[in-house]
Ligand binder design. Structure first.
Ligand code: SF4
Length: 293
């Protein structure tokens, strides 16, 4: 492609099969760092047998504190064609995976659509994203993606700029989430509790930023239809040698309580993820032979 505008960075950079000159530095051809069963998403995504997780290389947001910097900042991964990816998706569903999770796939939107055109999995296809998306790109996914799993990370332009050089993060993510909800409506579940259609919003509480979290929860309560679930995560761990003042610690119990109480007061449905996952033990192994089914 001559001028990529897939994400809100709007680099207009050239990208070909093997190289790219935009912010994400990704080529047009897919690069993938892991394709494997994954058990640690929210229950309606992982179920009891797991989701078939495809971790794409690169990221359009690149948070300074990312746990997966090996892939998000340093683009570790291997080239894949749509045919190869579709064969891997078949293997995952043959293994009994209850959904397919496409994780930070935005830079490869066209190749992913080609993959799903070759073979549409018989289980829900989940678009797992930082939330930093363009509505125009999401519209291309309508009908191909069943469930959206966006983060909603920062409210203020200052935090977006500080953490990811994206002062427009909230403007982009809030418009994107409205579009996701427009496409999928209120959540629907199968008999095993797997979300077959819908949008599930994730929010990771950052240290010293409980006020930001509460503003985001208020936005969800005020602006989205009632019934959109929220997954509130307290497992922040400083990673990637993060050098931002204040982000060098975990969150306190008091910070967590403040945000969880606000979520309860707003009567938002969803999940509270426990502190036991506040460890890097859950970071998967990327880009080794055993990382691929
Ligand atoms: S996908 Fe990459 S090249 Fe395209 S606009 Fe976003 S950051 Fe730039």
């Amino acid at each position: 492609m001559d001028a990529c505008t897939l994400c809100p960075r709007m680099c207009r950079a050239p990208r070909d099969e093997t190289a790219g000159r935009g912010f994400c530095a990704l080529p047009e051809g897919m690069r993938i760092a892991r394709i494997a069963p994954h058990l640690w998403e929210e229950p309606p995504i992982s179920g009891t047998r797991g989701t078939g997780a495809v971790f794409f290389s690169g990221c359009t947001l690149r948070c300074a504190y990312c746990q997966n910097a090996e892939i998000s900042h340093r683009n570790a991964g291997r080239p894949f064609t749509p045919r190869q990816l579709s064969d891997s998706l078949k293997r995952l569903t043959d293994m009994g995976m209850q959904s397919i999770s496409l994780i930070t796939a935005t830079p490869f939107t066209e190749a992913v659509l080609e993959t799903l055109d070759l073979w549409k999995p018989p289980v829900p296809v989940v678009w797992n994203t930082s939330g930093y998306e363009r509505v125009e790109t999401l519209r291309r996914l309508e009908g191909a993606v069943d469930v959206y799993l966006p983060d909603l990370k920062h409210f203020s332009p200052q935090m977006g700029r500080l953490c990811a050089g994206a002062a427009d993060y909230f403007d982009a993510a809030s418009a994107a989430i409205r579009e996701m909800v427009r496409q999928t409506g209120l959540p629907a579940y199968d008999a095993e509790g797997i979300m077959t259609r819908g949008t599930l919003i994730r929010h990771l509480i950052l240290p010293g930023a409980a006020g930001e979290s509460i503003r985001l929860l208020n936005w969800i309560a005020d602006e989205l239809p009632r019934g959109i679930p929220v997954s509130l995560m307290q497992q922040y761990v400083p990673c990637n040698n993060v050098a931002i003042p204040g982000l060098d610690r975990r969150i306190t119990r008091r910070e967590y309580r403040r945000v969880a109480d606000a979520m309860a007061a707003l009567d938002l449905p969803g999940f509270l993820q426990g502190p036991t996952s506040a460890t890097t033990d859950f970071v998967p192994v990327f880009n080794r032979d055993e990382s691929f089914v």
